[in-house]
Design a protein around this ligand. Sequence first.
Ligand SMILES: Nc1ncnc2c1ncn2[C@@H]1O[C@H](COP(=O)(O)OP(=O)(O)O)[C@@H](O)[C@H]1O
Ligand SMILES: [Mg+2]
Length: 202
Amino acid sequence: MTERQAGRLVAISGIDGSGKTTLCETVRRELARRTPVRVLAPMKLPCHLRTLALKLHFPDAGDERRREQFIADVISWTLRHNGEEVIGPALWSGQTVLADRWVADHVASQRLFGVTVDPSREPLAGLGAPDMHYLVTVPVELALRRIEQRDEARIAHEQDWEFLQLFQDELQAELPGARKLEGHLPVAQLAAEVLEDLGIVQ
Ligand SMILES: Nc1ncnc2c1ncn2[C@@H]1O[C@H](COP(=O)(O)OP(=O)(O)O)[C@@H](O)[C@H]1O
Ligand SMILES: [Mg+2]
């Protein structure tokens, strides 16, 4: 993924409940009328592969540091895998790729679990930078309300509030150059901004 590609990679970062997936889908719908586009969550593996990875080598209980490190490694290699096997070919074939989270989301969240992920070293070094990178910021109270509405069984606790606040702070530190989008605004307005940056006037 280091050489020039025909398509463009647009990364959307932000805490859970900030509206990333909704934004990706809204941009995708609008873009799809004019150009080939795909949405991908590059930190995610299909469930069966994730289960397989964790079953293969999950360190024994009691060694929490190694467990956290192992999970971080699985996600790092997932990003690398998706970068090489899915995103690279899509870009080469001229598709616009909307990435629902990117390396910064991984680095920032792992820091909260006490794991240092270095994006300049393998396996992440080969990924390259997105052509456009957005950070969706949102008041944490709003993110938690949305999460509760979206996931019916989920009840937000005090530690969720703290986690999301720290996560958002870490993301801001990790992405000083990203374009900021205010996630409390209507999604159509946020999508219009991204589309305009992509040269699409609605
Ligand atoms: N801009 C927005 N305005 C109002 N509600 C939104 C907005 N973006 C997302 N939502 C709602 O908030 C919830 C969480 O959004 P989602 O896109 O799943 O967030 P994320 O992918 O960042 O976790 C969803 O139920 C969605 O319908
Ligand atoms: Mg999402």
